[in-house]
Write a protein that binds this ligand. Sequence first.
Ligand code: NDP
Length: 444
Amino acid sequence: MSYVDEVIARVVKENPNEPEFHQAVKEVLNSLRPVVDANEEKFRRDAVLERIVNPERQLKFRVSWVDDNGQVQVNTGYRVQFNSAIGPYKGGLRLHPSVNLGIIKFLGFEQIFKNSLTGLPIGGGKGGSDFDPKGKSDREVMAFCQSFMTELCKYIGADTDVPAGDIGTGAREIGYMFGQYKRIRGLYEGVLTGKGLSYGGSLARKEATGYGLLYIVQEMLKCHNDTLEGKTVIVSGAGNVATYAIEKAYQLGGKPVTCSDSTGWVYDPDGIDLAALKEIKEVKRARLTEYRNYRPNAEYHEGRGVWSVKADIALPCATQNELNLDDAKTLVANGCKVVAEGANMPTTQEATDYLQENGIIFLPGKAANAGGVATSALEMSQNSERLSWSFDEVDKKLQGIMANIYHNIDNAAKKYGFEGNYVVGANIAGFEKVVDAMQAQGIV
Ligand code: NDP
């Protein structure tokens, strides 16, 4: 059995009931075969793969809080500090009922390579809770966030572990958590990113993941002598990533025609009304069913179906495994040319394989959505020097980072004979830097 296969088998055996974690490990390790095979003896002796698939530390804790009826509620909190070879742990906090240890481990594992690709000094981590902020009052959300941070604050800090937002954790939640951290630790420091502008947040952080996604697509198209001008774009999700992907798609000349949430999806043939979307989701925190009140000509459908709309470019921006093999077949049949992942692992392995085998240009999330964490690292830099940069300054850096990521993954794919395979390119480019740092630091 090859070294890669041995480690995959061990991960599956030692981490039962964590299918998403298995999926992420298999995808990464399978595409690292050319590098691992070339260094097998040394990597085996140093147990490089066993170390990289094992989190340095994983925390699981009780989060008790009182709801508006005086009833005590109990949730589970997690923080997985996966790999600190190249910098302090960095990665978001997901608040969603589907959260469990396996989900956090898959996200933390992906984060190691994503953070490495940004070229910035940040290690990989992820956290969250099965708490659902939907339908809760502001006071209940605050009570949860304060209880969550009361425990988490013992393990994080501006130079050790810097969490950020993710699904269900937006500006409101980050604000409550920051307030509680400061209150308990007595430290006004950049311990969280995605903060409000009045207390240490960075301009352009809110927009960064969606904007970055479009910047990398733009750079890739440029290298294929093409542009976004006049392209129809289908987007899933209606949260932070989707909203700002839609905004930037318009700015670069594209026409985004769909968005979705967990109850349904919208097809607006005239192009998504961005102001309406922001009002529904960012102001009212309402469902997409409201969209037709703003645009009576748009279609609203219950369930899922974004990928059935004919388009040039598909941007999955909601959640993991939301684009399956049947969806991939539909995209190919409809003449789609590019799939770029705004969400983390939104495409199943079978769908990814099918898209790549059928000539679709596929940009994996760990490269395509790295703009968010990259800008979080820029927020950390601003906090450290106690300065705030202008929107343009941050946005220009973000554009440069995304273009660099594209060239790095393109070059890594070419170097190992997989030209155009950006999954292989992203995994290898991300892995090489982390392994180099791990080996330099000895057996830890
Ligand atoms: P938000 O919570 O702002 O939005 C998530 C969107 O996806 C919502 O429209 C939500 O609908 C939908 N969604 C979530 N879960 C499901 C589900 N199980 N089925 C169907 N739809 C679902 O999150 P973000 O936009 O921040 O994150 C989206 C994705 O991007 C995630 O995979 C995240 O890990 C990834 N990401 C985010 C970054 C960031 O900077 N925010 C950075 C890099 C990656 P509803 O509201 O109805 O639940």
